[in-house]
Design a protein around this ligand. Structure first.
Ligand code: PMP
Length: 306
């Protein structure tokens, strides 16, 4: 179970962890009318630092705009609240979960008369797929569940209800003995994992599906593309056919929770000999050096909690 922190920011106030509750009539509980973020704060020599705070808050507001959900706070207020949650809970490194959701007024499927509420909580959390996954990689399978069609949902929005799709993908993967499931988009190209984006290394180029493949525009995806280009590695956002994964030199997934994790097999087909690839390691090393403050934060990705 998630370890308790002391305080949760709820609708503008800090409340005790156990007091951050909602009524069972809450619209979001019934219909998934919520938007959320997953953010990490890393421990550095100068204290905790939130990674890519601006990008996450920007995506939170973009998701809310797509879903016609006016946030009753400004982006600056939300950024400050996120930092305050880390600080007040005296967390050194943590996972932060801002949640904007429709509260209780009525059960109409047009959610817009229900009040918009905001909660931000944070807790200590290691790597989502286990610390050894970062080095040794994980086994994944292609899901029989597809990502939503472009006209079935708003894949670019991190919208609660859309995560039923991710839950089907994750359950099927676990039942088949995989640590993650990779979904195809409706045209059959590779889309993404249940909670992470995917990258493929072939012939010295790094490929990742484009925004049109029903992916979430991952912040770690953005950081990975930026770091790869810094390292002089070519990156191409383009459609990826499933079989390209089987013959790739390297495959890895990225996400705030998972971080950067090598894939050692897809559908039991070993990738690159089943060991972490050199390019994956290079990007991981750069990523972890930046988030931990060991090298200069040249892209201004860290917000000190201080
Ligand atoms: N895709 C999905 C479906 C996700 O839930 C996540 C996690 N937020 C990602 C990709 C990766 O996004 P990020 O790097 O911003 O965490």
């Amino acid at each position: 179970m998630i370890p308790k922190s002391e305080f949760i920011w709820m609708d503008g106030k800090m409340v005790a962890w156990d007091a951050a509750t909602v009524h069972v009539g809450t619209h979001a509980l019934h219909y998934g009318s919520s938007v959320f973020e997953g953010i990490r704060a890393y421990s550095t020599a100068q204290g905790p630092a939130v990674f890519c705070l601006d990008q996450h808050v920007e995506r939170l507001f973009a998701s809310c705009k797509m879903f016609r959900m006016p946030v009753p706070f400004t982006p600056a207020e939300i950024r400050a609240a996120i930092v305050q949650v880390v600080r007040d809970n005296k967390l050194k490194s943590c996972y932060i979960r801002p949640l904007v959701f429709r509260g209780f007024d009525n059960f109409s499927l047009d959610p817009r008369r229900n009040p918009v509420q905001v909660a931000i909580f944070a807790f200590e959390w290691g790597s989502y797929l286990g610390n050894e996954s970062i080095e040794n990689g994980v086994d994944v399978g292609i899901s029989t569940w597809r990502r939503m069609a472009p006209d079935t949902g708003a894949a670019l929005g991190k919208i609660g209800g859309q995560y039923v799709n991710s839950q089907f993908i994750a359950m099927e993967a676990a039942d088949h003995g995989y640590q993650e499931g990779i979904a195809l988009d409706v045209s059959g190209n590779v889309s993404e994992g249940s909670g992470d984006n995917i990258f493929v290394v072939a012939d010295g180029t790094i490929f990742t599906p484009p925004l049109g493949s029903s992916i979430l525009k991952g912040v770690t995806r953005y950081a990975t593309i930026t770091l790869a280009r810094d390292l002089g590695l070519p990156v191409s956002e383009q459609n990826i056919p499933r079989e390209m994964l089987y013959v790739a030199d390297e495959v890895f997934i990225t996400g705030t929770a998972a971080e950067i994790v090598p894939i050692r097999s897809v559908d039991r087909v070993s990738i690159g000999g089943g060991a972490r690839g050199a390019i994956t390691k290079k990007i991981q090393d750069e990523f972890f050096a930046i988030v931990s403050g060991r090298v200069e934060d040249r892209h201004h990705w860290l917000t000190r909690v201080g």
